[in-house]
Design a protein around this ligand. Structure first.
Ligand code: ADP
Ligand code: MG
Length: 363
Protein backbone atom coordinates (compact mmCIF):
# COMPACT_ATOMS: atom_id res chain seq x y z
CA UNK A 1 0.00 0.00 0.00
CA UNK A 2 2.86 2.42 0.65
CA UNK A 3 4.10 2.20 -2.92
CA UNK A 4 0.59 2.88 -4.13
CA UNK A 5 0.46 5.91 -1.86
CA UNK A 6 3.75 7.08 -3.29
CA UNK A 7 2.54 6.77 -6.82
CA UNK A 8 -0.60 8.62 -5.99
CA UNK A 9 1.44 11.36 -4.32
CA UNK A 10 3.49 11.81 -7.43
CA UNK A 11 0.57 12.03 -9.80
CA UNK A 12 -1.15 14.43 -7.41
CA UNK A 13 1.89 16.61 -7.28
CA UNK A 14 2.11 16.73 -11.04
CA UNK A 15 -1.51 17.76 -11.50
CA UNK A 16 -1.41 20.15 -8.56
CA UNK A 17 1.00 22.32 -10.49
CA UNK A 18 -1.73 22.93 -13.03
CA UNK A 19 -4.31 23.93 -10.39
CA UNK A 20 -7.16 22.10 -11.99
CA UNK A 21 -6.45 18.72 -10.51
CA UNK A 22 -9.25 16.14 -10.85
CA UNK A 23 -10.77 17.01 -7.51
CA UNK A 24 -10.92 20.69 -8.30
CA UNK A 25 -12.53 19.87 -11.61
CA UNK A 26 -15.19 17.87 -9.82
CA UNK A 27 -15.90 20.84 -7.57
CA UNK A 28 -16.41 23.00 -10.65
CA UNK A 29 -18.64 20.40 -12.31
CA UNK A 30 -20.78 20.30 -9.19
CA UNK A 31 -21.07 24.09 -9.22
CA UNK A 32 -22.23 23.87 -12.81
CA UNK A 33 -24.65 21.09 -11.87
CA UNK A 34 -26.14 23.21 -9.11
CA UNK A 35 -26.55 26.11 -11.49
CA UNK A 36 -24.23 28.41 -9.59
CA UNK A 37 -22.02 28.80 -12.61
CA UNK A 38 -22.68 28.10 -16.25
CA UNK A 39 -19.16 28.14 -17.63
CA UNK A 40 -15.61 28.91 -16.65
CA UNK A 41 -13.72 31.06 -19.08
CA UNK A 42 -10.29 32.54 -19.28
CA UNK A 43 -7.75 32.91 -16.59
CA UNK A 44 -7.64 36.45 -15.22
CA UNK A 45 -4.45 35.88 -13.32
CA UNK A 46 -1.96 33.12 -12.62
CA UNK A 47 -0.21 33.54 -9.33
CA UNK A 48 2.14 31.68 -7.09
CA UNK A 49 -0.58 30.51 -4.73
CA UNK A 50 -3.74 30.78 -6.76
CA UNK A 51 -5.18 31.35 -10.19
CA UNK A 52 -8.19 33.55 -10.77
CA UNK A 53 -10.70 32.64 -13.47
CA UNK A 54 -13.60 34.46 -14.98
CA UNK A 55 -16.89 32.56 -14.93
CA UNK A 56 -20.44 33.22 -16.04
CA UNK A 57 -23.63 32.40 -14.20
CA UNK A 58 -26.58 30.88 -16.10
CA UNK A 59 -27.94 34.48 -16.26
CA UNK A 60 -24.68 35.64 -17.82
CA UNK A 61 -23.57 37.54 -14.75
CA UNK A 62 -19.82 37.69 -14.20
CA UNK A 63 -18.07 35.88 -11.38
CA UNK A 64 -14.50 35.45 -10.28
CA UNK A 65 -13.21 32.05 -9.15
CA UNK A 66 -10.08 32.07 -7.09
CA UNK A 67 -8.63 28.58 -7.21
CA UNK A 68 -5.88 27.93 -4.71
CA UNK A 69 -3.07 25.66 -5.68
CA UNK A 70 -2.81 22.62 -3.53
CA UNK A 71 0.90 22.08 -3.97
CA UNK A 72 2.56 21.84 -0.58
CA UNK A 73 5.55 23.90 -1.65
CA UNK A 74 3.41 26.92 -2.34
CA UNK A 75 2.34 27.25 1.24
CA UNK A 76 5.72 27.09 2.89
CA UNK A 77 5.97 30.87 2.75
CA UNK A 78 2.85 31.28 4.74
CA UNK A 79 4.24 30.19 8.07
CA UNK A 80 4.92 33.72 9.18
CA UNK A 81 1.26 34.58 8.99
CA UNK A 82 0.17 31.45 10.77
CA UNK A 83 2.70 31.55 13.57
CA UNK A 84 1.00 33.40 16.38
CA UNK A 85 -2.36 33.64 14.65
CA UNK A 86 -4.81 32.47 17.24
CA UNK A 87 -7.04 31.00 14.58
CA UNK A 88 -4.14 28.70 13.81
CA UNK A 89 -2.70 28.51 17.25
CA UNK A 90 -2.54 24.78 17.24
CA UNK A 91 -0.56 24.76 14.09
CA UNK A 92 -1.79 23.34 10.88
CA UNK A 93 -1.28 20.18 8.98
CA UNK A 94 1.53 20.33 6.46
CA UNK A 95 0.92 16.74 5.56
CA UNK A 96 -2.44 17.48 4.06
CA UNK A 97 -2.14 20.44 1.70
CA UNK A 98 -5.78 20.15 0.65
CA UNK A 99 -7.02 20.80 4.15
CA UNK A 100 -4.51 23.57 4.61
CA UNK A 101 -5.55 25.23 1.40
CA UNK A 102 -9.21 24.86 2.28
CA UNK A 103 -8.47 26.78 5.43
CA UNK A 104 -6.85 29.62 3.46
CA UNK A 105 -9.79 29.78 1.09
CA UNK A 106 -12.24 29.84 4.00
CA UNK A 107 -10.22 32.48 5.70
CA UNK A 108 -10.32 34.66 2.62
CA UNK A 109 -14.10 34.28 2.40
CA UNK A 110 -14.61 35.20 6.04
CA UNK A 111 -12.23 38.12 5.86
CA UNK A 112 -14.03 39.44 2.78
CA UNK A 113 -17.30 39.20 4.71
CA UNK A 114 -15.84 41.30 7.47
CA UNK A 115 -14.78 43.91 4.94
CA UNK A 116 -18.24 43.91 3.39
CA UNK A 117 -19.85 44.28 6.81
CA UNK A 118 -17.71 47.39 7.37
CA UNK A 119 -18.57 48.63 3.87
CA UNK A 120 -15.01 48.56 2.68
CA UNK A 121 -15.03 48.08 -1.10
CA UNK A 122 -14.02 44.53 -1.97
CA UNK A 123 -15.42 41.59 -3.97
CA UNK A 124 -18.55 40.04 -2.55
CA UNK A 125 -17.70 36.50 -1.45
CA UNK A 126 -20.36 34.01 -2.51
CA UNK A 127 -19.15 30.63 -1.41
CA UNK A 128 -16.14 28.47 -0.87
CA UNK A 129 -15.79 24.79 -1.72
CA UNK A 130 -12.46 23.38 -0.66
CA UNK A 131 -9.86 25.31 -2.65
CA UNK A 132 -12.34 27.23 -4.80
CA UNK A 133 -13.55 30.66 -3.72
CA UNK A 134 -16.44 32.15 -5.68
CA UNK A 135 -16.85 35.91 -5.56
CA UNK A 136 -18.28 38.78 -7.51
CA UNK A 137 -16.25 39.86 -10.50
CA UNK A 138 -14.73 43.33 -10.44
CA UNK A 139 -14.73 44.41 -14.04
CA UNK A 140 -16.79 45.80 -16.87
CA UNK A 141 -19.92 44.37 -18.47
CA UNK A 142 -17.90 42.56 -21.12
CA UNK A 143 -15.97 40.61 -18.55
CA UNK A 144 -12.71 42.59 -18.56
CA UNK A 145 -11.27 42.72 -15.09
CA UNK A 146 -10.68 46.11 -13.51
CA UNK A 147 -7.02 47.08 -13.35
CA UNK A 148 -4.83 46.83 -10.32
CA UNK A 149 -4.03 50.19 -8.79
CA UNK A 150 -0.52 49.70 -10.14
CA UNK A 151 -1.80 49.53 -13.73
CA UNK A 152 -4.71 51.94 -13.48
CA UNK A 153 -4.56 54.91 -15.78
CA UNK A 154 -5.40 57.78 -13.52
CA UNK A 155 -4.59 61.08 -15.09
CA UNK A 156 -4.69 63.68 -12.42
CA UNK A 157 -3.09 64.10 -9.09
CA UNK A 158 -6.28 65.23 -7.38
CA UNK A 159 -7.87 61.84 -8.13
CA UNK A 160 -4.89 60.11 -6.58
CA UNK A 161 -5.15 62.38 -3.56
CA UNK A 162 -8.83 61.51 -3.11
CA UNK A 163 -8.08 57.80 -3.51
CA UNK A 164 -5.30 58.02 -0.96
CA UNK A 165 -7.61 59.56 1.62
CA UNK A 166 -10.31 57.02 0.92
CA UNK A 167 -7.84 54.20 1.31
CA UNK A 168 -6.39 55.49 4.57
CA UNK A 169 -9.88 55.86 6.03
CA UNK A 170 -10.70 52.32 4.93
CA UNK A 171 -7.51 50.97 6.47
CA UNK A 172 -8.58 52.56 9.72
CA UNK A 173 -11.91 50.79 9.40
CA UNK A 174 -10.16 47.55 8.53
CA UNK A 175 -8.16 47.78 11.72
CA UNK A 176 -10.86 48.95 14.14
CA UNK A 177 -14.05 47.50 12.70
CA UNK A 178 -12.85 44.34 10.97
CA UNK A 179 -10.05 43.91 13.48
CA UNK A 180 -7.77 42.86 10.67
CA UNK A 181 -4.45 43.83 9.18
CA UNK A 182 -4.22 43.04 5.49
CA UNK A 183 -0.57 41.92 5.67
CA UNK A 184 0.01 41.90 1.91
CA UNK A 185 -1.31 45.28 0.91
CA UNK A 186 0.17 47.15 -2.01
CA UNK A 187 -0.85 48.59 -5.38
CA UNK A 188 -0.91 44.95 -6.58
CA UNK A 189 -3.71 43.89 -4.24
CA UNK A 190 -5.98 46.85 -4.80
CA UNK A 191 -8.22 47.09 -7.85
CA UNK A 192 -9.31 50.40 -9.30
CA UNK A 193 -12.95 49.67 -9.97
CA UNK A 194 -15.67 52.19 -10.81
CA UNK A 195 -13.59 55.03 -9.49
CA UNK A 196 -12.85 53.44 -6.13
CA UNK A 197 -10.17 51.30 -4.57
CA UNK A 198 -11.24 47.71 -3.90
CA UNK A 199 -9.17 45.66 -1.53
CA UNK A 200 -8.52 42.07 -2.58
CA UNK A 201 -6.37 39.09 -1.61
CA UNK A 202 -7.11 38.90 2.12
CA UNK A 203 -6.43 35.22 2.79
CA UNK A 204 -3.25 36.00 4.72
CA UNK A 205 -4.75 38.89 6.68
CA UNK A 206 -4.22 38.60 10.40
CA UNK A 207 -6.18 39.54 13.48
CA UNK A 208 -5.22 42.97 14.79
CA UNK A 209 -3.77 41.37 17.91
CA UNK A 210 -1.53 38.96 16.08
CA UNK A 211 1.92 39.40 17.65
CA UNK A 212 3.33 40.70 14.37
CA UNK A 213 0.23 42.69 13.42
CA UNK A 214 1.98 46.05 13.78
CA UNK A 215 4.94 44.92 11.73
CA UNK A 216 2.63 43.73 8.97
CA UNK A 217 0.62 46.94 9.20
CA UNK A 218 3.70 49.12 8.99
CA UNK A 219 4.76 47.23 5.92
CA UNK A 220 1.31 47.66 4.34
CA UNK A 221 1.38 51.36 5.08
CA UNK A 222 4.88 51.73 3.73
CA UNK A 223 3.78 50.26 0.39
CA UNK A 224 0.82 52.61 0.24
CA UNK A 225 2.81 55.68 1.25
CA UNK A 226 5.54 54.85 -1.26
CA UNK A 227 3.07 54.31 -4.07
CA UNK A 228 1.07 57.48 -3.50
CA UNK A 229 4.16 59.60 -2.88
CA UNK A 230 5.41 58.54 -6.29
CA UNK A 231 2.19 59.80 -7.86
CA UNK A 232 2.84 63.18 -6.29
CA UNK A 233 0.24 62.99 -3.55
CA UNK A 234 0.94 64.82 -0.34
CA UNK A 235 0.84 61.87 2.07
CA UNK A 236 0.91 61.61 5.85
CA UNK A 237 4.23 59.82 5.96
CA UNK A 238 4.76 56.37 7.37
CA UNK A 239 4.70 57.14 11.06
CA UNK A 240 1.78 59.57 11.05
CA UNK A 241 -0.24 57.34 8.76
CA UNK A 242 0.35 54.46 11.12
CA UNK A 243 -0.78 56.64 14.00
CA UNK A 244 -3.87 57.78 12.15
CA UNK A 245 -4.91 54.23 11.42
CA UNK A 246 -4.22 52.72 14.83
CA UNK A 247 -5.16 55.60 17.14
CA UNK A 248 -8.13 54.62 19.33
CA UNK A 249 -9.83 58.02 19.23
CA UNK A 250 -9.36 60.68 16.60
CA UNK A 251 -10.08 64.32 17.41
CA UNK A 252 -13.67 64.03 16.26
CA UNK A 253 -15.13 65.72 19.33
CA UNK A 254 -15.48 69.22 17.83
CA UNK A 255 -17.98 68.05 15.23
CA UNK A 256 -15.39 66.69 12.85
CA UNK A 257 -15.79 63.31 11.22
CA UNK A 258 -12.83 61.06 10.49
CA UNK A 259 -12.53 62.42 6.98
CA UNK A 260 -12.24 65.97 8.33
CA UNK A 261 -9.63 64.86 10.82
CA UNK A 262 -7.61 63.25 8.06
CA UNK A 263 -7.82 66.49 6.07
CA UNK A 264 -6.53 68.36 9.09
CA UNK A 265 -3.69 65.91 9.54
CA UNK A 266 -2.80 66.21 5.87
CA UNK A 267 -2.75 69.99 6.00
CA UNK A 268 -0.12 69.85 8.68
CA UNK A 269 2.04 67.43 6.78
CA UNK A 270 5.27 69.18 6.00
CA UNK A 271 5.67 68.70 2.28
CA UNK A 272 8.97 68.94 0.52
CA UNK A 273 7.82 71.32 -2.18
CA UNK A 274 6.51 73.85 0.29
CA UNK A 275 9.78 75.50 1.09
CA UNK A 276 13.33 75.97 -0.14
CA UNK A 277 14.84 75.74 3.27
CA UNK A 278 14.49 77.21 6.70
CA UNK A 279 12.32 75.89 9.49
CA UNK A 280 9.93 73.89 7.32
CA UNK A 281 12.78 72.03 5.71
CA UNK A 282 14.04 71.16 9.18
CA UNK A 283 10.63 69.76 10.05
CA UNK A 284 10.64 67.70 6.87
CA UNK A 285 14.05 66.32 7.70
CA UNK A 286 12.99 65.57 11.24
CA UNK A 287 9.92 63.71 9.97
CA UNK A 288 12.01 61.74 7.50
CA UNK A 289 14.42 60.84 10.25
CA UNK A 290 11.61 59.70 12.53
CA UNK A 291 10.19 57.62 9.71
CA UNK A 292 13.56 56.00 9.14
CA UNK A 293 13.81 55.07 12.82
CA UNK A 294 10.22 53.89 12.85
CA UNK A 295 10.81 51.69 9.83
CA UNK A 296 13.53 49.81 11.66
CA UNK A 297 12.03 49.39 15.09
CA UNK A 298 10.07 46.33 15.99
CA UNK A 299 6.58 47.16 17.20
CA UNK A 300 5.65 44.65 19.87
CA UNK A 301 2.05 43.77 20.15
CA UNK A 302 2.30 43.02 23.92
CA UNK A 303 0.54 39.74 23.73
CA UNK A 304 2.43 37.24 25.77
CA UNK A 305 -0.20 34.58 25.69
CA UNK A 306 -2.18 34.04 22.55
CA UNK A 307 -4.78 31.83 24.08
CA UNK A 308 -7.48 33.98 25.59
CA UNK A 309 -10.47 32.12 27.05
CA UNK A 310 -12.48 35.31 27.51
CA UNK A 311 -12.12 36.04 23.89
CA UNK A 312 -13.40 32.61 22.98
CA UNK A 313 -16.47 33.15 25.10
CA UNK A 314 -17.00 36.53 23.47
CA UNK A 315 -16.71 34.86 20.08
CA UNK A 316 -19.83 32.86 20.79
CA UNK A 317 -21.95 35.94 20.35
CA UNK A 318 -20.36 36.89 17.06
CA UNK A 319 -21.86 36.52 13.64
CA UNK A 320 -20.74 33.50 11.75
CA UNK A 321 -18.13 35.22 9.62
CA UNK A 322 -16.66 37.00 12.62
CA UNK A 323 -15.99 33.78 14.41
CA UNK A 324 -12.44 32.67 14.44
CA UNK A 325 -11.69 29.65 12.35
CA UNK A 326 -10.40 27.13 14.76
CA UNK A 327 -7.75 25.05 13.24
CA UNK A 328 -8.95 22.03 15.20
CA UNK A 329 -11.76 21.64 12.72
CA UNK A 330 -9.08 20.06 10.57
CA UNK A 331 -6.41 17.55 11.44
CA UNK A 332 -3.72 19.13 13.49
CA UNK A 333 -0.58 18.64 15.37
CA UNK A 334 -1.46 19.91 18.78
CA UNK A 335 1.41 21.70 20.54
CA UNK A 336 0.64 19.74 23.72
CA UNK A 337 1.59 16.66 21.81
CA UNK A 338 5.12 17.83 21.35
CA UNK A 339 7.47 15.28 22.78
CA UNK A 340 6.61 15.59 26.49
CA UNK A 341 9.80 13.97 27.76
CA UNK A 342 11.90 16.78 26.34
CA UNK A 343 9.92 19.56 27.99
CA UNK A 344 12.17 22.19 26.47
CA UNK A 345 10.36 25.49 26.27
CA UNK A 346 13.03 27.11 24.18
CA UNK A 347 12.51 24.84 21.23
CA UNK A 348 11.15 26.57 18.20
CA UNK A 349 7.65 25.88 17.06
CA UNK A 350 9.03 24.42 13.91
CA UNK A 351 11.16 21.73 15.43
CA UNK A 352 8.40 20.89 17.87
CA UNK A 353 6.00 20.38 15.07
CA UNK A 354 8.48 18.40 13.03
CA UNK A 355 9.13 16.17 15.97
CA UNK A 356 5.44 15.62 16.45
CA UNK A 357 5.06 14.81 12.79
CA UNK A 358 7.85 12.30 12.77
CA UNK A 359 6.57 10.78 15.96
CA UNK A 360 3.14 10.23 14.49
CA UNK A 361 4.66 8.64 11.41
CA UNK A 362 6.53 6.16 13.64
CA UNK A 363 3.32 4.73 14.98
P1 ADP B 1 -2.92 36.18 -5.69
O1 ADP B 1 -2.83 35.42 -4.41
O2 ADP B 1 -2.58 35.35 -6.87
O3 ADP B 1 -2.18 37.48 -5.65
P2 ADP B 1 -5.32 37.80 -5.87
O4 ADP B 1 -6.51 37.64 -4.98
O5 ADP B 1 -4.46 39.00 -5.63
O6 ADP B 1 -4.49 36.46 -5.84
O7 ADP B 1 -5.83 37.84 -7.36
C1 ADP B 1 -4.93 37.86 -8.44
C2 ADP B 1 -5.43 38.80 -9.54
O8 ADP B 1 -6.68 38.34 -10.01
C3 ADP B 1 -5.66 40.22 -9.07
O9 ADP B 1 -4.53 41.02 -9.18
C4 ADP B 1 -6.75 40.70 -9.99
O10 ADP B 1 -6.19 41.18 -11.19
C5 ADP B 1 -7.53 39.44 -10.29
N1 ADP B 1 -8.72 39.34 -9.42
C6 ADP B 1 -8.79 38.80 -8.19
N2 ADP B 1 -10.03 38.85 -7.70
C7 ADP B 1 -10.78 39.44 -8.65
C8 ADP B 1 -12.17 39.78 -8.75
N3 ADP B 1 -13.03 39.54 -7.76
N4 ADP B 1 -12.60 40.38 -9.88
C9 ADP B 1 -11.74 40.64 -10.89
N5 ADP B 1 -10.43 40.33 -10.85
C10 ADP B 1 -9.95 39.75 -9.75
MG1 MG C 1 -2.52 39.30 -5.06
Amino acid sequence: PSSYANMKDKSDRATNEQVLDPRTRIILFKMIGRGLIHEVNGCVSTGKEANVYHALTPDSAHLALKIYKTSILVFKDRDRYVTGEYRFRRGYNRKNPRKMVRLWAEKELRNLRRLRAAEIPCPEPLEVRENVLVMSFLGDNEGWASPRLKDAEIADRSTYAALYSELVLNLRKLFHQCKLVHADLSEYNILYHRGHLYIIDVSQSVEHDHPSAFDFLRNDIKNIEDFFSRTGVNCLGLRRCFEFIVKEKLETTDGLNEEDVLKKWLEFTPSEGSSEGGPIKAVVEQAAHEDAVFKKSHIPRTLGELYDPEREVAALSLNDWEKPIYADTIELVHPDEKNPTEGDDTQSNDSGELRALSRSSDT
